[in-house]
Structure formats: structure tokens, C-alpha cells
Design a protein around this ligand. Structure first.
Ligand code: UDX
Length: 438
């Protein structure tokens, strides 16, 4: 099939590459000439395992191309995916400016029957808005249908997720339109669910908000575990073995970040208020997530006596491992709090250092984890990169001035840490003090 994908952000670029990989002809469009030039040069705008290779392969085979010319891409395609950004506005509403601009361009270049597919995460009812805008601009005699086909890919494993999704949601106005999308996706041999456009839009928001709520729920349980002397890691394992609950997204820590959970929970809450069906549960989800970094810093302050003048080594800056994405990363909130309370900070992340430097953060940027720990009163692990799981504790202890390890993702065994003369402080687990620090 001939496909256009408007927007070369995370969702757009991965979607375009994967559809090309599956044998379609795909044109990816972006308004930013620098970005298109970079992509033609095989430079990816973000790191995602396997993406560059897939783009290269499909460009060489002539199935994938890049352009800034939306008109050209629209005219050449029978299915057009809208995958542009939908950032939040100051007041928590979703900014649909880029979606509206894409719809207007599609309308102006509408030369034959096409199916327009919305992949961006958008408030319920946006499908109708896109349709209205296109109808306003297109020749009246040509038919048009708008589909909602939300994307569930997870950063760091986006290519694998796109090729191997749990389910494919197709929100279509009628069966005939749905069939076209079924045809496109049938090669993946995955479960597909056909719904109304509005239900599909809702499925995306509800899924992300549910997962975020699961994380905030376990974080609340963790905070209680600390008070009552239980270990949330044991609680999580006990809960997760119940099939009805499931073990995933039950890891307590310093809170969720990224480009989806924070934005989508706010946006769904906003929509629910606007329609008079306020989802109070989301107020709680969001509030717990805002508090989680504060509680972690409070704990460090109480253990160290004060943060004023202390040197803290921070390991991990991205919002989760295997990505250089630092949007809404809990690590950055924690660093800001540490600095507010007078601490100096040395940081290291395997992949996100450049993005953090560009963000303007004032800190010492280090070569590796041991460099970041050098002379530190305490070390905080805030992203569970695999290489941090393999920390050499005796080397860590040797280079540090103090002996406190704060595990913001509960990745270490407290007893093992203690064996190396370090005190262990996790989230929702009892602290274990090394003799000399207690
Ligand atoms: C998420 C959804 O998983 C994906 O389906 C959707 O399309 C986009 O949003 P992503 O933002 O890439 O994907 O990351 P995800 O792996 O879901 O993690 C989100 C945040 O939650 C991270 O900060 C992570 O550290 C945190 N998290 C996740 C926890 O704190 N505990 C968990 O158990 C799981």
C-alpha cells in the first residue's frame, strides 16, 4: 500500500519504518527541513534500538523516503497517518495545533479517496475535528473517512512493540473502512479489535492512565510499607502472582516520567472535568507521582542530617533505561530538589548526558558511575540501567567519601549492599545500615 506518515517524532518515525519493513511504500513527512535532512543522512533524531538499521534497509530498498512536502506525500498515498505532537498547554488542555495543521494540509491536497488515520494521542472527539477540517478544504465530490488507530509502543523497545503488539485497536466509522486497516495489519497476525472512533481514542488514554495509576498505587503501598516495616518488593511479588492483578507496572520507585504518562493522565483528567465526569482517581495518581521524588529527597535529608553542602552522585537521568529521553524524568525533579536544599550534584547516565547538558542543568557531568560517585557523601541510582545493576560495590565504596546508597528503583539486594560496607536505602523497604554509618 502507499502510505504517508505526517510527523517524524517517536510514533511517526517508528510507524513509518515498520510499515516500510512490512512491504509498503512509505513517505514520512516533517515540516522541519533540518530533521528531514538528518533522516536522509541516516541520523536518527532520538535513540531507539534497531530503528536506524531498519530505516537504512528500507531506504536502500526504495520503500521508505522522507520529505518536507506534505502535499506531495498526501497526493501519492491511499492511507495517511497523522502522528504529530500533541503537547499539553499551560492549562492542562491538549494543544491540537499540529493535528489541525496536518488536517488542513491533507484537505488542500486531497486528490482521490483516502483513509486518514490518527495515531497521535488525542482527546476523545478529535477524529471528528480532523474530519471537519479536511472536509472544509477538500473537493466536495471526494469521499473521506477518519480512523483512530492508537499506538501503544514503549520507548526503548518501540520497534519490537510495533512489530509485535499485544493488540491492534482500529476505531473506524464503518466496516468497509476497518477492512482496509485490517488488511494493512493482517501480516502481523495479532489480535485486532474494531471499535467506534471515540472508543479507540478513549482506549489509548484509559490504558496509559491505568498503567500510571498502577505505578502510583504501588508507590503509595511502598510509602505505607516504610511506615509499617514491610518490604514493597515482597508485597509486589505476592500481589503480582494473582493473574487478575498481574506483575507488570508494579515496581515501586521514584515515580513515572516520559512523554506519555504525565501528559496523558493530565489530559484525561482535564477531559473528564470538561464533560462533568471528573475522574477523581487520576487526581490521586498525579499527586502521588509528584510527591514521590520529594519523599525520596526527604529520606536522604533525614539520613544525612542535612543536604546543605553535601555532595551527591546521581546515576541515571533518563526517565527509564534504554532511552536518551529525559522528558519529565524523575531524576531531574530530584536533582532540582537536592540543589534547592544546598547539595552539590555529580551526574552520569549512559545515554542521556547530551540531552541533560542541553537542558541547561548545572551539575558536574561525569565519565562513568565511579567518577560520579567520587568523593560523594551519598549515591542515588535513579534509572535502572543494566550497567548499574552490575555496580562494583567495593569500588564504589572506595571512591565515595560517605557510605550511603539510595536505590530509587529497588534494584539491589540490601543485604548484598551492606556486605560491602554501604548503607542501603530503597523505596518502600526498610533501610539497612552498614555498621560504621549507623
Ligand atoms: C508508555 C506506555 O507503556 C506505552 O504503551 C505508551 O504508548 C506510551 O507510554 P513509555 O512512556 O515509553 O510507554 O514508558 P513505560 O515503560 O511505560 O514507563 C513509563 C514510566 O513509568 C517510566 O518512568 C518508568 O520508570 C515508570 N514505571 C514503569 C515505574 O515506575 N514502575 C513500573 O512498574 C513500570
Amino acid at each position: 500500500m502507499d502510505i504517508a506518515v505526517i510527523g517524524t517524532g517517536y510514533v511517526g518515525l517508528v510507524t513509518g519504518a515498520v510499515f516500510a519493513e512490512l512491504g509498503n511504500h512509505v513517505i514520512c513527512v516533517d515540516k522541519m527541513p533540518e530533521r528531514i535532512a538528518m533522516l536522509k543522512d541516516l541520523k536518527m533524531p532520538f535513540f531507539e534500538p534497531g530503528l536506524r538499521e531498519m530505516v537504512e534497509r528500507n531506504m536502500e530498498d526504495g520503500r521508505l523516503s522522507f520529505t518536507t512536502d506534505t502535499g506531495e506525500a498526501v497526493k501519492a498515498s491511499e492511507i495517511i497517518f497523522i502522528a504529530v505532537g500533541t503537547p499539553p498547554k499551560e492549562n492542562g488542555e491538549t494543544d491540537l495545533g499540529q493535528v489541525e495543521a496536518a488536517a488542513a494540509e491533507i484537505g488542500k491536497n486531497y486528490n482521490n479517496y483516502k483513509i486518514i488515520v490518527n495515531k497521535s494521542t488525542v482527546p476523545v472527539g478529535t477524529g471528528d475535528l480532523v474530519r471537519e477540517i479536511i472536509v472544509r478544504h477538500k473537493p466536495p465530490e471526494l469521499d473521506i473517512h477518519v480512523v483512530s488507530n492508537p499506538e501503544f509502543l514503549s520507548e526503548g523497545q518501540a520497534v519490537a512493540d510495533a512489530l509485535n503488539p499485544d493488540r491492534i485497536v482500529i476505531g473506524a466509522p464503518n466496516q468497509q473502512v476497518a477492512m482496509k486497516l485490517i488488511e494493512l495489519y493482517s501480516i502481523l497476525e495479532k489480535p485486532m479489535i474494531i471499535t467506534s472512533v471515540r472508543s479507540a481514542e478513549m482506549i489509548k488514554y484509559a490504558s496509559n492512565a491505568f498503567l500510571a495509576t498502577k505505578v502510583s498505587f504501588i508507590n503509595s503501598v511502598a510509602n505505607l510499607c516504610e511506615k509499617v516495616g514491610a518490604d514493597v518488593d515482597e508485597v509486589r511479588r505476592g500481589m503480582g502472582l494473582d493473574d487478575r492483578i498481574g506483575s507488570r507496572f508494579l515496581r515501586a520507585g521514584v515515580g513515572y516520567g516520559g512523554s506519555c504518562f504525565p501528559k496523558d493522565t493530565e489530559s484525561l483528567l482535564n477531559v473528564s472535568k470538561a464533560f462533568g465526569a471528573e475522574m477523581q482517581i487520576l487526581e490521586g495518581t498525579i499527586a502521588v507521582n509528584r510527591t514521590q521524588p520529594v519523599l525520596f529527597v526527604d529520606k536522604a535529608e533525614s539520613v544525612l542530617g542535612t543536604l546543605d553542602g553535601k555532595l551527591i552522585g546521581v546515576l541515571g537521568l533518563s526517565f527509564k533505561p534504554n532511552t536518551d529521553d529525559i522528558r519529565e524524568a524523575s531524576a531531574l525533579h530530584i536533582i532540582a530538589l537536592l540543589q534547592e536544599r544546598g547539595a552539590r550534584v555529580q551526574v552520569y547516565d549512559p545515554m542521556a548526558m547530551d540531552n541533560v547538558r542541553r537542558s541547561g542543568l548545572q551539575a558536574s557531568f561525569c565519565e562513568d558511575e565511579y567518577d560520579a560517585a567520587a568523593g560523594a557523601d551519598a549515591v542515588m541510582v535513579l534509572t535502572e540501567w543494566n550497567r548499574f545493576r552490575q555496580l562494583n560495590f567495593s569500588r564504589l565504596k572506595r571512591v565515595m567519601a560517605g557510605a550511603h546508597l539510595f536505590d530509587g528503583r529497588n534494584i539491589y539486594d540490601p543485604a548484598v549492599v551492606r556486605r560491602y560496607g554501604l548503607s542501603y536505602h530503597g523505596v518502600g523497604r526498610p533501610s539497612v545500615f552498614a555498621d560504621e554509618t549507623h
